[in-house]
Design a protein around this ligand. Structure first.
Ligand code: GLU
Length: 411
């Protein structure tokens, strides 16, 4: 994944004619922390060695920013690639952060609440010297949530001796989390539908949507799509998918998952295989779970005219080429899912200023930033005659490169 991210960067750097010294500097992260630590299971007699990572790609723009994922197969390469993508993402929406990402190599689904808390507190201690409200600010990602961020905030605060809400975003509102942060990624993505639909001459009022993933991104994308009057016909999660060509009752499906943890068994739609969402006859496809799900094996089955990437890196480079050859318009992850980090930025600003905004203020500012970012990226795509992913990378890299050049080299 890291090689892919660098390959993509090199290709765009060449298109842009990027200064070679700056290009060289941006290919590698500025700081990587790899830790291993002991984790005691609830049974008490089992102590496992766990690996954790925190990679800070760019410290030029301000503190670094990005989520922490818990997954059994996460590794340094994946986290490094995602840290680099966070740099471009922050730059595209114009928030004053560089990119970072963290990971703990563990399956959170197999942990009790007490075990999840112990892992989180111990990992936080392992990286305590590299995070902080002015240095590096974690957030939720795959396998982590508001509760995990609350434990991280508490551990950091206990260590320094006073409450430091601004050390992490995506925490519960009771601790200084922002209203509307939880919904931000899904909602921000749906804000882009009218502009993207316009490009492919699609009438949003008649558009059908399939969503892969029903977690923090997919669930709130489905709710926002439903509220925007789009017809959500299919959603899926690790347990499989549900499909109703006449439109799903999104609120009922959400309630089902709230009560049963997974979609499987949801009665008011046809059960389908999770993978089937990619090949359904819909107008808009939203991959909103994990990386690499649209690949050369299924890219030609995609019937949607619009692919809006809620997950990070859901489309492999080969699949990306195949989709574009067939005229599919792709709104890339670093633009489409930037609503999350945008409201994370709002949360950090509110924590630092100790002055909190209303939901209307948060949502209105999110909409403004997302729609402007789309417009900027689309203008670059037209002016440079490139696809949206390349255009997004050009916008993201350009701002960072300008900043690096004016800061110069120390000493
Ligand atoms: N993990 C999210 C992402 O990949 C959010 C990061 C953040 O809010 O800092 O964009």
């Amino acid at each position: 994944m890291y090689r892919e991210a660098v390959g993509q960067f090199d290709r765009v750097a060449a298109v842009m004619g990027l200064d070679a010294n700056v290009a060289d500097r941006l290919r590698v992260p500025q700081k990587s922390t790899v830790v291993s630590f002991p984790f005691r299971h609830d049974t008490y007699n089992k102590v496992e060695t766990i690996f954790g990572y925190r990679v800070q790609h760019l410290t030029t723009m301000g503190p670094t920013k990005g989520g922490i994922r818990y997954a059994p197969d996460v590794d340094l390469g994946e986290v490094t690639a995602l840290a680099m993508l966070m740099t471009w993402k922050c730059s595209i929406v114009g928030v004053p952060f560089g990119g970072a990402k963290g990971g703990v190599r563990i399956d959170p689904m197999k942990l009790s609440r007490a075990e999840l808390q112990r892992v989180t507190r111990r990992f936080t201690m392992e990286i305590i010297n590299v995070i902080g409200p002015d240095t590096d600010i974690p957030a939720p990602d795959l396998g982590t949530n508001e509760q995990v961020m609350a434990w991280l905030m508490d551990t950091y605060s206990q260590h320094v001796g006073h409450a430091v809400p601004a050390v992490v975003t995506g925490k519960p509102p009771a601790l200084g989390g922002s209203v509307a942060r939880r919904e931000a990624t899904g909602r921000g993505l749906i804000f882009l539908v009218p502009q993207a639909a316009n490009v492919v001459d699609l009438n949003p009022a008649e558009a059908t949507v399939a969503i892969h993933g029903f977690g923090n991104v997919g669930l709130y994308a489905a709710i926002a799509a439903d509220q925007a009057g789009l017809k959500v016909v299919a959603v899926s999660d690790i347990s499989g998918g549900v499909y109703n060509p006449d439109g799903l009752d999104v609120a009922a499906a959400a309630k089902w998952v709230d009560e049963n943890r997974v979609l499987a068994g949801y009665p008011d739609a046809d059960a389908i295989e999770g993978e089937e969402v990619f090949s359904l006859d819909v107008d808009i496809l939203i991959p909103a779970a994990v990386q690499g799900v649209i690949h050369k094996g299924n890219a030609d089955d995609v019937k949607a005219r619009l692919v809006i990437e809620g997950a990070n890196n859901p489309t492999t480079l080969e699949a990306d080429d195949m989709l574009r050859e067939r005229g599919v318009f792709i709104v890339p992850d670093i633009l489409a899912n930037a609503g999350g980090v945008t409201v994370s930025y709002f949360e950090w600003v509110q924590d630092v200023q100790k002055y909190f905004w209303t939901e209307n203020e948060v949502v209105a500012r999110l909409r403004e930033i997302m729609t402007r970012a789309f417009e900027d990226v689309h203008s670059i795509a037209i002016a440079e005659n490139v696809d949206m992913r390349t255009a997004a990378l050009i916008k993201g890299i350009r701002r960072v490169a300008d900043a690096k050049l004016v800061r110069g080299v120390f000493p």
